[in-house]
Design a protein around this ligand. Sequence first.
Ligand SMILES: Nc1ncnc2c1ncn2[C@@H]1O[C@H](COP(=O)(O)OP(=O)(O)OP(=O)(O)O)[C@@H](O)[C@H]1O
Length: 223
Amino acid sequence: MCILKTKNLKKYYGTAPNLVKALDGVDIEIYEGEFVAIVGTSGSGKSTLLHMLGGLDYPTSGYVAVRDKELSDFNENELTIFRRRNIGFVFQNYNLLPIINVYENVVLPLELDGSHIDTDFVEDILKTLGIGDKRYNKPNQLSGGQQQRVAIARALAAKPSIILADEPTGNLDSKTSSEVVGLLKTTGRKFNQTIVMITHNEALAQLCDRIIHIEDGRIIERR
Ligand SMILES: Nc1ncnc2c1ncn2[C@@H]1O[C@H](COP(=O)(O)OP(=O)(O)OP(=O)(O)O)[C@@H](O)[C@H]1O
């Protein structure tokens, strides 16, 4: 089943003569349970596309639909709630709070949302990601790879059906990068999630189910 779809999606920044066509007519369909890599050179439109998929920004024209629901039908408040409940974000800079421990970082978004914390589920996530023994550590006591795993655990804690990851391994060495992508794959299968990951790295992209190539704001077919 198609869970994430864009139709003739365009995002333009600025005005002529400085108009930038960051996305220029993108049609993609992503299916439930897929782990998709988005690959392209710097400035090709990857982050813009991910932001649109996650409803972090509005398109110039065209639409994004999550299961048959167009994101543009939501007002800003509704979109915030929809995002919180359905989409988990993982960024290159882990964005962990330094003064609280691993467990507290992972459950913080749930607390802020006033949501129930499924402690067994959180334990399961921490164990699956191999950081169960780090729960009382502060982020600065962890390696980069471990910090990124905490950020992944935080994204998973709300049980989102979609994970959007923007260069999640951008700050990691190649061995740790493969491990983190492998863990994303494992958790995606285990918790039945669809994952879209931006990467510069073709080798990492090869670990995914499918690769979408983007160039100058357009999807290009590669055979
Ligand atoms: N807020 C903005 N205002 C103006 N131009 C922007 C803005 N955000 C992005 N752009 C431009 O849109 C184009 C696509 O940017 P985007 O960040 O999506 O590329 P990217 O493929 O993610 O690049 P990178 O790999 O370097 O992160 C670039 O030319 C960029 O300069």
